[in-house]
Design a protein around this ligand. Structure first.
Ligand code: ATP
Length: 291
């Protein structure tokens, strides 16, 4: 559906997106993560023809976005929610968009309902909150019910209820066979929304894998009746032991079975033994620190 290959952007002598390649498949939500300035927006803008690429290609159904007969019907974009006329009402804004992409006006009422803006539709956009503007931007992206959604920071300005609503919307879209790319710096939010993570640091892809692979267990936490004795036994067995909260011993990189075996061999009484999940934030900092 979407094939990005060797995508590169230079501004003067600065390379802000550097040889980025990835593929997005129908039925998946991909989270595009990276620190500020990593190149997420620029990549999404190149994918949708808003910014010319210095090198590389981004193909939607085998063609560059700008060569699609009706791009809005194929890719719904949310790239700059503030780029709307503040004097227009939400409904007028959507009606103009609808006519530009050949969508009947009746669909405007449907998307207003979908994003929960029915009551605000008659008000001028200039008086909308940031979250309402995001909802309006999402309504615009959904007008033609396109199979692909490319959303830059869609959670911006949304309250927790709005973030949950957006998560359900994007998951529902993928469940119906759609393809979703969303960028975010709200790492905890992305963790529960996406199937895949595409992580970018300083313009380069530093990880591209299913969430489960990237966020797997990363060590063991253990409580023992005699923690000092267990720590000595684990170190004697070659493990590196750290002291965690509440008297827990944390053994990075070890699975619970290996820690349990050392304890059993030495006759140590354990009161708790569990894998330590690597959080998305840890992963993010590990991956991007080197970039
Ligand atoms: N028009 C431009 N001219 C020069 N430099 C630019 C331009 N647009 C973006 N950049 C630079 O490119 C780099 C990547 O910016 P980009 O907005 O793509 O990052 P991002 O990952 O989306 O960051 P954020 O999370 O802050 O939005 C930044 O250093 C930015 O300053």
């Amino acid at each position: 559906m979407i094939e990005v290959s060797g995508l590169t952007k230079q501004y003067g002598s600065r390379t802000v997106v550097d040889d980025v390649s990835f593929a997005l498949d129908p039925g998946t939500v991909t989270g595009f993560l990276g620190p500020n300035g990593a190149g997420k927006s620029t990549t999404m803008r190149m994918m949708t023809g808003l910014v010319p690429a210095t090198a590389g290609t981004a193909l939607v159904d085998g063609r560059p976005y700008r060569e699609l007969p009706n791009p809005g019907a194929v890719v719904g974009t949310l790239l700059d929610a503030s780029a709307v006329h503040p004097g227009r009402t939400g409904r007028t804004h959507l009606r103009l968009l609808a006519s530009a992409i050949g969508v009947p006006a009746s669909r405007v009422e449907e998307v207003l309902g979908l994003v929960g803006l029915e009551d605000a539709a008659r008000r001028r956009i200039g008086g909308y909150s940031l979250g309402m503007r995001q909802r309006l931007g999402i309504a615009g992206a959904l007008l033609a019910d396109p199979p692909v959604l490319v959303f830059d920071e869609p959670a911006n300005g949304l309250d927790p209820e709005g973030i949950r609503w957006m998560r359900d919307l994007l998951r529902g879209h993928a469940a119906r066979g759609g393809t979703v790319l969303l960028s975010s710096h709200l790492l905890g939010e992305v963790e529960h929304t996406v199937d895949r993570l595409l992580v970018i640091g300083a313009g380069r892809v530093v990880a591209d894998a299913p969430v489960a692979d990237l966020l797997g267990a990363d060590g063991t936490a253990v409580h023992a009746a005699d923690p000092a004795a267990l720590a000595r036994a684990l170190e004697a067995a070659g493990f590196h032991v750290q002291h965690g909260a509440d008297g827990a011993l944390v053994v990075p990189g070890a699975d619970p079975g290996a820690v349990g075996a050392v304890a059993a061999a030495g006759g140590h009484v354990l009161t708790d033994l569990r894998p330590v999940q690597r959080g998305i934030e840890d992963l993010f900092f590990q991956l991007t620190a080197a970039a």
